[in-house]
Design a protein around this ligand. Structure first.
Ligand code: SAH
Length: 535
């Protein structure tokens, strides 16, 4: 009983172009063996417990040989009975992806496998540049060709075609082929390829487009003709991965190029919020063109039952790990007039506990509800609950003062996480606090994510603890190791931070970040600030 290998096509880059089948397997994979062209967002979809193996090949720098990859797949399958092994490849696994070689090796070793096709870059990248590869009346066929074979010898861009260039490409046939020609992996050899096509009779005025990093936030289209192809690549510094497309259909790209340059196009941003809360800001930054790396710094866990912490006992100390008591605790809700929520997590965890214990929202009838700010207020509304008290400044202090002034005699219950500070209890000394969730710092980042984070343009912080933890899990960005490591600003990567809240800002500054802080403590305000910064 060996493990099963899935050869999965990851598509051209845009994570939305991964198939449902591919996603389903990645979410449960035990091992993911992936290539260089697979986007970070797709790696982020993989089972967080999966062993991630990078066999990516950089151009000119072969990291892992194909024969070794083949062996590796067999080895994983044999060593891990009933495991799900995902072999994740850019585009489609069988379109110049060497997927066939890997499958043959699996057959020979008697390993069970499945092919999950992907959207190939050959047609999707032109589509993202507004080029329909077989437009009626212009092209009756399209041809996908490799521009890089062992026996294609690259000529220096401005140099002479080497006479010995032994080439298996049939340039005569290609030059006379009326269809659209699409070259993958061809940038390094394109000067040579274009010259050979012209020599063999292809019209030098044939429109050519180079599309670099298609479907990603870094997509770029460069237009040329067959005659100017080589010099254009040098002048415009076209780099891999890029495809070259030749033929009349390229002209349509001038009117159909639909993918607009967005305010955050080409920016890589790290979002350090907890996974559950990150999706909102991630979606917005992505829609504005950024590539977002979600790197939560904390994980929150709803406790089984609320843990009661009367303010007097707490004395400013924060409980670290907490176990709940009995669900009968909800009967004591009758003792409170006001329920105060200070976070979305608090709302979600409280209701989960309440529902799990067999109660429903009727237990809150007649109570006043308070929220620290707009986001928590909105979350409460999802449960059908309107807030009676929301402070104007959206801070714990504001909430404490509001409640102290408006309902001094009320019996107040605070629903918070274990790390909540004691601002509220100081202002409301008679309040009771229930800890409904606990927050655990993330202790390390997978290597692929750390590398991605280091190459980002900026990091988004929504809390001081996120800053503190970020500095800890990115050890190479801090100096010193014994006592509390104080980083040097020059060592930080990325150095720029977008912060929500003055406290967050102060912590980020302390650690040497350049800070840009939102005017209000809302995501809207932060997103506006990010766009302003980059425009
Ligand atoms: N199996 C892949 C192709 C692998 S060969 C597929 O079906 O797409 C690798 C080549 O694909 C690159 O050299 C480049 O020519 C092309 N390619 C892959 N992703 C690309 C992208 N996002 N933009 C432009 N070209 C891409």
């Amino acid at each position: 009983m060996s493990g099963k290998v899935y050869l999965i096509g990851a598509g051209p880059g845009d994570p939305g172009l991964l198939t449902l089948r591919g996603k389903e397997i990645l979410e449960k994979a035990d091992v993911v063996v992936y290539d260089r062209l697979v986007s970070l967002a797709i790696l982020g979809m993989c089972n967080p417990k999966a062993k991630m193996v990078d066999v990516g090949k950089m151009p000119q720098h072969h990291k892992v040989k194909q024969s070794e990859i083949n062996k590796l797949l067999v080895q994983f399958a044999c060593e891990m009975p009933s495991a799900t092994i995902a072999r994740l490849k850019g585009g489609d696994p069988f379109v110049f992806g060497r997927g066939g070689e890997e499958a043959l090796e699996l057959v020979n070793a008697g390993v069970e496998f499945e092919i999950v096709p992907g959207i190939t870059s050959a047609i999707s990248v032109p589509a993202y540049a507004g080029i329909p590869v077989s437009h009626r009346g212009i092209a009756t066929s399209f041809h996908i060709i490799t521009g890089h074979e062992r026996d294609v010898i690259a000529a220096p861009v401005s140099g002479v075609i080497p006479a010995q260039a032994g080439i298996s490409l049939d340039f005569e046939a290609l030059a006379h082929c009326p269809g659209t020609l699409i070259f993958l992996m061809g940038i390094a050899n394109m000067d040579f390829i274009a010259q050979r096509l012209v020599e063999c009779g292809k019209d030098p005025k044939t429109p050519v487009a180079f599309i670099e990093k298609g479907t990603t936030p870094y997509q770029r289209t460069v237009m040329a003709t067959l005659a100017t192809a080589g010099e254009t690549i040098v002048r415009e510094k076209v780099t891999a991965p890029a495809i070259t497309i030749m033929g009349g259909v390229v002209e349509l790209g001038k009117s159909l190029a639909w993918k607009k340059n967005l305010p955050l196009s080409g920016k890589r941003l790290v979002v350090t919020r907890a996974a559950k809360q990150a999706s909102g800001i991630t979606a917005r930054l992505t829609a504005l063109g950024a590539e977002v790396i979600e790197t939560p710094m904390i994980e929150t866990r709803t406790l089984e039952c609320p843990c009661v912490i009367p303010a007097v006992i707490l004395e400013g100390r924060r409980p670290d790990r907490i176990t709940g008591i009995s669900s009968a605790i909800f009967d004591s809700l009758a003792d409170f007039d006001v329920l105060a929520f200070t976070s979305v997590n608090g709302v979600e965890s409280f209701f989960k506990q309440l529902f799990d214990a067999g109660y429903d929202v009727r237990i809150l009838a007649g109570k006043k509800i308070a929220s620290v700010g707009k986001i928590t207020e909105k979350k409460l509304l999802e449960y059908g609950i309107r807030c009676d008290y929301v402070p104007e400044d959206h801070t714990g202090e504001g909430l404490g003062k509001l409640l102290a002034s408006q309902c001094a005699e009320c019996r107040i219950l605070l629903l918070q996480g274990n790390l909540a500070d004691d601002t509220l209890q100081k202002l409301l000394p008679r309040a009771t606090r229930w800890v409904v969730y606990e927050t655990l710092p993330v202790s390390e980042l997978p290597e692929w994510k750390r590398e991605a984070v280091e190459s980002a343009d900026a990091v988004v912080f929504a809390s001081s603890s996120a800053v503190e933890n970020f500095v800890k899990v990115m050890p190479q960005s801090v100096e010193g190791s014994d006592s509390y490591p104080e980083p040097r600003a020059s060592n930080l990567n990325p150095r720029t931070s977008f912060c929500i809240g003055r406290l967050t800002e102060a912590t980020a500054r302390k650690h040497g970040f350049e800070t840009i802080t939102s005017d209000e403590t809302t995501m809207d305000s932060l997103v506006k600030k990010i766009v302003e910064y980059y425009s």
